[in-house]
Every structure is written in structure tokens, then in C-alpha cells.
Design a protein around this ligand. Structure first.
Ligand SMILES: NC(=O)CC[C@H](N)C(=O)O
Length: 444
């Protein structure tokens, strides 16, 4: 079977298969394999150093998780050939996503983000409903700039404007080029637009079953970064890269299908046209939002995106067609009835963020959690609702304490994730920033 596939790939001019898998941060790791080795790789998997799950964004091995004590053992990655797609910008190469298993018993490893999502999905589906997810990702495109301390400035000197089309704020047609290339790569993008900040864009992906949506969001981020790098630019999905302007969101649209394919969130004639399940889903997402933030807002930088007047949330609230709320119920009803969670920022690992959303939604439906009344009007009034966690340490503590969420996401995964993230917090807390020097050095 795999032999035939390898032969067919060869006939199509593919001589290399890039096997990638997401690490805890959601960035891609992998290896390029010559196509004639694909049958063996499919059977035995590829071995990687398990420290891949303890690697910081800067590429260092963090000390938590016992991976050093264990002598840096292997993790095996088995390609999922259903995800095989040619890479249009890398002729002769196709890529597929793999699943990480332990060499000892071939069971999925706790830290595998695909496994965390698979587990949340299995639990979710005990409700009899199938979740459908539509991801929207924003990012900044940057140009090299030696005069800036960090070496980069937002792409295009002309100020961008939200929904500006054509070359205004996009001097060499980045958006159109990227949209077409990603579509030809099979990532099923629907469209894209300029966002509020200069050099900031949003591209939307077709909604689909949760694992497919996460796989495409993962590939989307990898591809946008790769395409930018090939032009000597930097595309970044970090939450808030610049002090001026807003941050980048990872908005998630969620609906649920009944067995017969009907949208389970719609219910004509009820208050707001929403079913019990939709209402409980809202209740669950609001209740578990502080824990969810640890997954959907996973860096110390993430919390700088929240704030009044940013179109990013600040309060734990929901609203009807209200973009200033954390959870928006778009106006459409009937088969397109859905929720839009605006909490996440673009730095989130798509698998873990979607797993968290499914866990909170499942708990809402299971525990029949009634939400408060929707927030009306401009939602940046702190007297109206509780605020989101202010820092990553706060969110990590909420996640650890939320036993129901921990149960769905998996105790061992949450332990590894929280330990890993605490290391990041500790490194940040020890680090003296330029801001501190400028603020204090001359005056104190
Ligand atoms: N157009 C928008 O909705 C902007 C969203 C905003 N950039 C965010 O961080 O979520």
C-alpha cells in the first residue's frame, strides 16, 4: 500500500516527503525523508529527541519534565498519510503531519498536541454532537530594519487600514500572493484582508471537523512564516509584537452537528434563536475561560493584547453580534448558527487552543451551565463582568485549579504543559528589559 503510494508520488515528481509534527508551542518540527524510504518510515516511524517537547521558542532545552534526567530519550513520529499534500513552493516535496508515540509501547505521548485534541474530541463526542471549527488567524508581516533594536519593523511604510484593499498598506501585493499560494497548497483559505495595524493581515480558513481545522491552522502558520522567510521577511503570530497598534487574534468559530448533519446550536423560536446546547456551551466557555486562557493565550506577551478598545477581549463576557465581547454570537441563524470565541491570540498552539475550546464547551453541555445575560453595548466596562487573567502565571494557576478541564485535557499533559510554561515565566521574570533600563536607570 505505502509502496504503491511511494511509487505514485515518484511518478508525480515527488522525491521527498517532509514529515512534520507540532511541538507544545505549536511550531513545526520534522524531517525530510527520501520517498523510497517512505514505506519503512510509515512502518517504523521516525525517531526524534524527546527534548523537542521541552524546547523553548529560542531553541534551548528547558529543564522541566525530567527529559534530561531520562537521558534525552526518543519519541517516535508516525506519519499520517491522509494528510499528505504537495508543497507548491518547494517543487518535488510533499508534506504530511505525524503523530508522536512512545518507543516503549507505541502509545501516544502525553505532550503530543494532536493527541490532546483527539482525547478532548472523543470526550466531546459522548454528547452525540460533532464539533465544526472555523479558525481565523491574524499576523504581522515585518521587514528587516537595522535601526530598530530588534531588527524588524512592520511591512509597508504606508499606514494600513482595516479592510483597505489592493496596494494601500500592502505595497507589493503580499496578501493576494499569499492567499493564492496557500489555496494552491490545499489549505482551504476562504479570503483575507488588511487588519487595523500597519503590516497586519488576517486570513480565514474554511470551517471543518476539529482535527482537520487544527491541522490546517498549524500548516497555515508554518506556511505563512516560510513564505515570508523566502522573501527575507518575518511573519509573526506573536500576540502583540509592537507597542503601537493592536495584537493578533486567533478567533475560533464553533458550531456543532447532530448525527443527521443538522446544526445543533440553532433553535427557532427560543430566546436569541439558540438551542439549549448553544446556551450551555456559552455557559461552559465563560466558566472555564480563565483556565482556557492558559492554552489560548500561552505566552507572557499574550496578556499585553488584552485591553479596552483593542477588539481583543478584556472581560469574560458574551454578546450578540458584539465584537467587543470575549464570546460573540454572530447574527446569522439557521444552519450557520455559531459562536465566535475571540479570546485566543495567534501565538496559541492550534491543537491545544481548539482542545481547550472543546473541553470548555463539553463541560458546559454536560453540566448544563446557564450563562449570564449577554453584554450589550461597548464591552470594555469593568463593572460589567469579571476580567480575564492579567498574566500568564495567573492563567496557569487557573488551569491547574480547574479540575474539570484538567480531567478532559489529561492530567499528565497539563502537568507537562504547566511546568514547561512556568520555566518560560521564570526566565521572563529574571530578564531585565530595555523598558526597565529606560524607566529607572537615569532617575533612580
Ligand atoms: N478585526 C478584528 O476583529 C481585530 C481583532 C484583534 N486584532 C484581536 O486581537 O483579536
Amino acid at each position: 500500500m505505502t509502496r504503491e503510494l511511494a511509487a505514485r508520488l515518484g511518478e508525480d515528481g515527488i522525491d521527498v516527503v517532509r514529515v512534520v509534527f507540532p511541538d507544545l508551542l505549536g511550531t513545526d518540527r520534522g524531517r525530510d525523508v527520501l520517498v523510497q524510504h517512505l514505506p519503512a518510515v510509515t512502518q517504523r516511524g521516525l525517531s526524534f529527541c524527546r527534548a523537542v517537547y521541552n524546547t523553548t521558542p529560542g531553541g534551548k532545552t528547558a529543564e522541566n519534565g525530567g527529559v534530561l534526567d531520562a537521558g534525552l530519550p526518543d519519541v517516535i513520529v508516525v506519519p499520517d498519510l491522509d494528510t499528505l499534500l504537495p508543497i507548491p513552493w518547494e517543487p518535488g516535496v510533499a508534506w504530511c503531519i505525524g503523530d508522536a508515540v512512545s518507543p516503549a509501547d507505541e502509545r501516544p505521548v502525553d505532550e503530543s498536541p494532536r493527541q490532546v485534541l483527539r482525547r478532548a474530541l472523543e470526550i466531546f463526542e459522548t454528547t452525540g454532537l460533532t464539533p465544526v471549527v472555523g479558525p481565523e488567524l491574524e499576523y504581522f508581516l515585518c521587514e528587516p530594519d537595522e535601526d530598530r533594536p530588534n531588527g524588524w519593523r512592520p511591512y509597508c511604510d504606508e499606514p494600513g487600514n482595516v479592510y483597505a484593499t489592493g496596494r494601500r498598506g500592502d505595497s507589493d501585493g503580499h496578501l493576494l500572493r499569499t492567499l493564492r499560494t496557500l489555496s494552491s497548497a490545499g489549505l482551504q483559505t476562504t479570503g483575507g484582508n488588511h487588519e487595523y495595524a500597519g503590516g497586519q493581515f488576517e486570513i480565514n480558513l474554511v470551517h471543518s471537523p476539529a482535527m482537520d481545522a487544527a491541522d490546517r491552522a498549524f500548516r497555515f502558520k508554518t506556511s505563512v512564516k516560510e513564505l515570508a522567510r523566502r522573501e527575507g521577511r518575518l511573519a509573526t503570530f506573536m500576540a502583540k509584537p509592537f507597542n503601537d497598534g493592536g495584537g493578533s487574534g486567533f478567533h475560533l468559530h464553533l458550531s456543532c452537528h447532530e448525527k443527521d448533519g443538522r446544526n445543533a446550536f440553532q433553535a427557532a423560536g427560543t430566546s436569541h434563536g439558540l438551542s439549549d446546547e448553544a446556551r450551555w456551551a456559552i455557559g461552559g466557555i465563560l466558566k472555564h475561560a480563565p483556565a482556557l486562557a492558559a492554552l489560548l493565550n500561552p505566552t507572557v506577551n499574550s496578556y499585553k493584547r488584552f485591553g479596552p478598545d483593542s477588539l481583543a477581549p478584556w472581560l469574560i463576557d458574551w454578546g450578540l453580534d458584539n465584537r467587543s465581547a470575549m464570546l460573540r454570537v454572530p447574527a446569522e441563524r439557521g444552519e450557520t448558527t455559531r459562536l465566535e470565541l475571540r479570546l485566543g491570540d495567534a501565538s496559541a498552539n492550534p491543537y491545544l487552543g481548539i482542545a481547550g475550546l472543546l473541553a470548555a464547551t463539553y463541560l458546559g453541555i454536560r453540566d448544563r451551565i446557564e450563562p449570564p445575560r449577554p453584554s450589550a453595548g461597548y464591552g470594555y466596562d469593568p463593572s460589567k463582568a469579571p476580567t480575564l487573567p492579567a498574566t500568564l502565571p495567573d492563567a496557569l494557576a487557573y488551569l491547574e485549579e480547574d479540575t474539570a478541564m484538567v480531567e478532559v485535557l489529561g492530567k499528565d499533559f497539563v502537568r507537562s504543559y504547566v511546568d514547561f510554561k512556568w520555566e518560560e515565566v521564570a526566565r521572563f521574570q529574571r530578564y531585565v528589559t530595555d523598558w526597565e533600563f529606560t524607566e529607572y536607570a537615569y532617575h533612580l
